[in-house]
Ligand binder design. Structure first.
Ligand code: ADP
Length: 445
């Protein structure tokens, strides 16, 4: 028991004993005791009333004095109150710092609940998206960012980020990333990437312009070299250098053609058009063309589905040709290349399986980069530009397609291009007109 309680109980005992003694001397001790108890209860009631006032904010020590049980109780209450005031101050300071630091961020941060409604955002969100704290808290975010790509992304972010045109700044671009946290909440980070986009476009334009500018003089050089190679008059010692110059000029023409194609694919923001493309027919043509080569592996073609594709004819040709051509170039004449076209639950699948030199596992993610080759010497010697798979990747993206690569060094590789069902049409008869386009995601037989 603490000291002030002991002295309080002692004082109470003394008070009751005093009343009892007086009662014994003056007579009627029970009355005296009852009177003393009543006085004690009245005293306690008064103090409880005063304590109630102290709790409601009246100054404690002035009401109760400085000594005894009641001032101690009041001091205890004051201590708890001071602690809670300090804690509140600390939280306020912390909150102010968080709010000031998030306010200083150049990226917008927006917290969304599971219903995609805005719970909080920083000042950059006001600048980048025009959000107003007084008006927009509690509204769904797709009321403000209405771009179809964002609406689709909001439903299935799957760890990606997307770039969309800015809803507030003309010619501006925003990079949006949704990060899940807590219980189905999401943090949307929005960054202004207009400057990066502009630099990227400048780089692309430069490559495209340089390629176009170089093409005309190169055509003239190739033309003269062609004529020289076929002419009878150049001395014999010039023949091989002229042939080599012609080979290199043709290589440069091919590189320029691929560069122009790649820059075009990179700068197209929309998806590829939906033209009818008879895949089986196209693959037969490509295989026939490659079969005409002298030194080549055994080529087989399997058409397992009568499905056709909806897309850009030239881009799809580029995809199929590059993948089959690579397999032929990187497989020795004793090996084989299997080309197939079919469908599965996920859509259309174009597969090329070869028994060629294969690719080291750690380099597989890099071979779709521009000018990346596992063996640059071999690539050049077989007429490669180092741009083929970069073109395949971009053209596939424009067709809602994906590329998967499996390979074992020294054993061979399998390249598979997957197309979404929305790009497939199925044959209802023999003619092109008899194909019918199903609703997206629905397969018809
Ligand atoms: P390249 O013109 O060099 O073939 P690509 O972009 O088409 O350029 O391919 C990049 C690199 O990927 C090639 O240089 C080669 O190293 C590797 N590669 C592509 N296809 C195959 C294949 N079927 N087998 C082995 N390596 C391949």
């Amino acid at each position: 028991m603490r000291n002030h309680w002991a002295s309080h109980l002692l004082a109470l005992a003394g008070w009751l004993l005093g009343a009892l003694l007086l009662g014994l001397i003056a007579g009627g001790p029970a009355w005296w005791l009852a009177g003393a108890l009543a006085a004690y209860v009245a005293y306690m009631l008064r103090n409880v009333y005063l304590l109630d006032r102290v709790i409601s904010g009246a100054p404690g020590l002035r009401t109760f004095g400085t000594r005894g049980l009641w001032p101690e109780l009041v001091a205890g209450i004051d201590k708890i109150r001071a602690k809670s005031r300090n804690r509140k101050l600390r939280y306020h300071r912390l909150l102010r710092e968080v709010s000031e630091s998030t306010g200083a961020l150049s990226d917008a941060g927006i917290i969304l609940n599971p219903e995609k409604e805005i719970l909080w955002f920083n000042t950059a969100a006001t600048r980048l998206l025009g959000l107003d704290p007084a008006r927009d808290i509690g509204n769904r975010i797709d009321n403000f960012i209405r771009h179809p790509d964002f609406v689709q992304y909001l439903e299935d972010p799957a760890g990606r980020s997307i770039t969309i045109p800015s809803p507030t700044a003309e010619l501006g671009f925003l990079l949006v990333q949704l990060i899940p946290y807590g219980r189905e909440h999401q943090l949307a980070i929005v960054r202004d990437v207009t400057h990066e986009r502009h630099l990227e476009r400048t780089r692309r334009d430069f490559v495209a312009n340089a390629s176009h500018e170089l093409r005309s003089p190169l055509t003239v050089i190739s033309g003269y070299l062609d004529a020289l190679a076929e002419a009878d008059d150049p001395p014999e010692s010039w023949r091989e250098p002229i042939r080599e110059m012609l080979r290199q000029a043709n290589r440069m023409t091919q590189i320029l053609r691929d560069l122009i194609e790649l820059t075009r694919l990179e700068s197209e923001t929309s998806k590829a058009k939906y033209d009818f493309v008879d895949v089986a027919d196209m693959l037969r043509g490509i295989v026939r063309e490659l079969e005409a080569r002298a030194e080549r592996p055994k080529l087989t073609l399997r058409i397992e589905s009568d499905a056709a594709l909806l897309g850009s004819e030239s881009e799809l040709h580029s995809i199929f040709y590059n993948v089959i051509h690579n397999a032929v170039r990187f497989t020795p004449p004793t090996g084989s290349v299997d080309v197939s076209w079919g469908t599965d639950d996920a859509g259309g699948v174009f597969t090329v399986r070869d028994t060629g030199i294969g690719i080291p596992a750690e380099l597989i993610p890099r071979i779709t980069e521009r000018f990346y080759r596992v063996d640059p010497g071999r690539s050049r010697a077989t007429g490669g530009t180092g741009l083929g798979l970069a073109i395949v990747k971009h053209a596939l993206q424009r067709h809602n397609g994906t590329l998967t690569i499996q390979s074992h060094e020294g054993q061979g590789s399998t390249f598979a291009c997957h197309f979404s069902p929305a790009r497939l049409v199925y044959r209802g008869g023999a003619s092109k007109a008899a194909y019918n386009r199903p609703a997206p995601n629905v397969k018809s037989g």
